[in-house]
Design a protein around this ligand. Structure first.
Ligand code: GDP
Ligand code: MG
Length: 434
């Protein structure tokens, strides 16, 4: 359509374009590496990147950023969406029953107390239950935390029957008028069939509203198997991601979310009981991707394209009196963000990407050509005869063919704009700008 053609012509002149397999390649490689170094499972990383790539092909590149930068922003937004998907608040059931499960050392006991503290702040009367019968120290640990936070507590150090302990705890909680009962369970270093069986029986007995997998944010490639096994056996309702105060980038969360679809509910950010937060997908996405600079750069680009200037240009386009001087102004607008090179330097390991180097070069040449024109020539390009063109080419240090090509593109654009001037043109222009 005419609108498409005009849009295309403008894009060509502006040195921006659409995302393609080729111009995304390096950035996608960089993103995949970032995900892997964040401990995202390699299959999850590959599938995620491939899926986003497919969605991206053909999308317009924003003015003022490179395809590589744009793709990082798109990936980031997609990560936010995926990580945040289904992240509802806690079940509204009262009394609320929460079962904490997970590997040994993942932070179940600590998180049970942390959740108790958080619920107390929200007006619940919480009650924590020690079901880790294998390590007496674990029950002591929970009891100390319960005392410290003034939470109800139940344990039966003499019993070896975990489901029975759970049932007795429910009675005790009821007697204490508690309305949030949190069950802390035992973990093993690795997934253990007997242990899973035991927790399954406990689950059946206490009928929890929430079953939280507590996972160490530093969990590596094995996160997928861990999550899958627990989810298959226990129908998890949420994930608590711990130890995000450390170096871990938290890629396990993406693996777990992708494989199980279980929403992330809380995040542990330290050893103290106060170090516990509801989940923020944008923070975790930035952490996993580790390219926050680029993301904010693209956001800046979106804002930085000066609104007033854009409107002035749109008006000129509508009146079809857009000349080469305006075109130069438009180009400088794009360059406001700094040189393409310095902008690129913000992309980790992305210095000297070919496409951007050539895009910057071609922009610089276009600018040089226009700068070699007199003001009169810029305003009335139709006066540019052979002699003038040769002088401009020499002045700009380019071949005369390049000057001709620029002018030809510009003429085409002007022609189309004149055609749009008539009825319906305004509407079309508006659509194009949207
Ligand atoms: P469990 O075996 O799953 O019950 O794990 P614990 O709750 O006993 O926690 C194991 C260790 O991890 C303890 O030293 C906790 O203090 C520590 N821990 C738990 N959650 C966090 C967290 O969010 N940040 C940090 N830095 N340490 C944590
Ligand atoms: Mg424990």
């Amino acid at each position: 359509s005419l609108t498409d053609k005009l849009g295309q012509a403008l894009r060509n002149l502006r040195g921006v374009g659409r995302l393609s397999e080729e111009n995304m390649e390096d950035a996608l490689k960089e993103v995949r590496t970032a995900l892997l170094s964040a401990d995202v499972h390699f299959k999850v990383a590959r599938e995620f990147v491939d899926r986003v790539k497919t969605q991206c092909v053909g999308q317009d590149v924003l003015k003022g950023v490179s395809p590589g930068q744009q793709i990082v922003k798109i990936i980031h937004d997609e990560l936010v969406r995926l990580l945040g998907e289904g992240s509802t608040e806690l079940s509204a059931a009262r009394p609320l029953r929460v079962l904490m499960v997970g590997l040994h050392g993942s932070g179940k006991t600590t998180s049970a107390a942390k959740l108790g503290k958080l619920l107390k702040k929200r007006g619940y009367k919480p009650f924590v239950v020690g079901c880790d019968i294998y390590r007496p120290a674990a029950i002591d640990q929970l009891e100390i935390l319960a005392k410290q936070e003034e939470l109800g507590f139940y344990a039966d150090r003499a019993s070896k029957d975990v489901p029975a302990i759970g049932a007795a705890a429910l009675d005790a909680a009821r007697a204490a008028a508690a309305d949030a009962i949190i069950f802390d369970t035992a973990g093993r270093l690795q997934i253990d069939a007997d242990l899973i069986e035991e927790v399954k029986k406990l689950r059946a007995r206490v009928n929890p509203d929430e079953v939280f997998l507590v996972a160490d944010g530093a969990l590596g490639q094995e996160a997928v198997n861990v999550a899958k096994t627990f989810h298959d056996a226990l129908a998890l309702t949420g994930l608590v991601l711990t130890k995000l105060d450390g170096d871990a980038r938290g890629g396990a969360a993406l693996s777990i979310k992708t494989i199980t679809g279980v929403p992330i509910k809380f995040v542990g950010t330290g050893e103290k009981t106060a170090d516990f937060e509801t989940f923020h997908p944008d923070r975790l996405a930035s952490r996993i991707l580790g390219m926050g600079d680029v993301v904010s750069l693209v956001e800046k680009a979106q804002e930085n394209i000066d609104q007033a200037e854009a409107e002035r240009m749109a008006e000129k386009l509508r009146k079809a009196d857009f000349n080469l001087e305006d075109f130069l102004a438009q180009m400088r607008q794009v360059k406001k963000l700094g040189s393409m090179e310095s902008v690129l330097g913000m992309l980790p390991g992305m210095n000297g990407v070919k496409l951007d180097a050539s895009a910057e070069k071609s922009m610089a040449r276009t600018e040089a050509i226009i700068l070699s024109m007199t003001t009169q020539e810029r305003r009335k390009p139709e006066i540019l005869n052979g002699n003038r063109r040769l002088r401009i080419a020499n002045g700009a240090g380019v071949k005369i063919a390049e000057v001709n090509q620029l002018l030809k593109q510009f003429q085409q654009m002007q022609k189309m704009m004149r055609m749009l001037k008539g009825k319906g043109g305004r509407k079309m222009m508006r659509q194009m700008e949207a």
